[in-house]
Design a protein around this ligand. Structure first.
Ligand code: SF4
Length: 313
């Protein structure tokens, strides 16, 4: 057989194969012959290889090419736990539960202002404290040299009676008997005063008795204004501590020392106020009544007003 015959036979074989392929494609519904462009095979992306199976046989998803490789997480150095003093955070409200705002801590109430000093020292003191304060004051008086009377006194005369009395009697100053005994209103004048006190319905020591002056003026003379001024603070403290409801001023010097006014004849039997607070009844001194007994009825009338004021009558 010639080469021509071989070529012809090969061509016929090829034609037959092509026809068979066309028929097969037509039977499968294909409308076009699959064409492979020239050089396309060289540019074609090689098909992705299936991902390698995992150890248990499951497929492991290969990373997408557009995803950057995962960057290693920065290692955070473990810090030692430190106690924190930060303000505690309010817990977040739990779902399904009504939110109840945590009440804001109230600011501490402002400090109350310091209590005002009472105008009169005895207002907030009990009986024991008053007695102690009066004893302290008496010690101060015993050492007092504020005026010249200290040079001629035998001893100071501070007071006698109840430091919580509702009724207080104030006289002028110590006489000879008082200077000797160290107590006010002893002797004849004191005895008369005690009778007056009893007539009012009080025991002798139910009341408090003091003088404007704590030292005896020589010869029982009238006190000087400077001497009264020097001694005034002591009587004022006594009244502050005792806090009597009523004061009876006995004699002209007592009225002048307490009320800063004179004229006992005019003032006697009329109510006045000591420092605008404590009622004062001016009346005659018991020593005057010893010399002028007829005026006892006037004094008794004054004391009856005091009894009414104190609910004794
Ligand atoms: S009279 Fe009064 S002020 Fe004068 S020395 Fe005596 S306590 Fe002091």
């Amino acid at each position: 057989m010639s080469e021509l015959d071989d070529a012809r036979e090969e061509l016929l074989s090829l034609t037959a194969s092509t026809r068979a392929l066309v028929l097969q494609l037509r039977d499968s519904g294909a409308e076009e012959l699959p064409m492979t462009p020239r050089g396309a095979a060289a540019r074609a992306t090689p098909p992705l290889e299936p991902p390698p199976p995992s150890g248990d046989g499951r497929l492991v998803r290969a990373p997408a090419q557009h995803e950057p490789p995962a960057r290693p997480e920065p290692q955070v150095e473990a810090q030692p736990t430190q106690p924190t003093h930060a303000q505690p955070q309010a817990p977040a409200p739990m779902s399904g539960q009504p939110f109840t705002p945590k009440p804001t801590p109230r600011a501490a109430p402002p400090e109350p202002p310091p209590r005002m000093l009472v105008a009169r020292e005895g207002q907030e003191l009990d009986l024991v404290q008053r007695g102690l304060r009066l004893e302290t004051l008496a010690s101060e008086v015993a050492a007092c040299v504020r005026c010249p009377l200290h040079a001629t006194r035998t001893q100071t005369v501070f007071s006698r009676g109840n430091p919580a009395a509702e009724l207080m009697f104030v006289g002028e100053g110590p006489g000879a008997e008082e200077d000797a005994q160290g107590l006010p209103f002893v002797g004849k004048a004191g005895e008369l005063l005690d009778k007056m006190i009893g007539a009012m319905g009080y025991a002798r020591d139910d009341v408090y008795i003091a003088n404007v002056l704590k030292c005896r003026p020589p010869g029982n003379r009238k006190p000087e204004a400077t001497e009264m001024a020097s001694c005034e603070a002591y009587l004022q403290k006594q009244i502050d501590l005792v806090q009597p409801r009523v004061i009876v001023a006995l004699g002209a010097t007592a009225i002048e020392g307490l009320l800063k006014v004179s004229g006992i004849t005019k003032l006697r039997g009329t109510w006045r106020l000591y420092r605008g607070e404590i009622p004062v009844m001016p009346t005659f001194h018991p020593a005057y009544l010893l010399r002028t007994p007829a005026d006892k009825r006037l004094v008794w009338a004054d004391l009856q007003q005091v009894m009414v004021k104190l609910g004794k009558k």
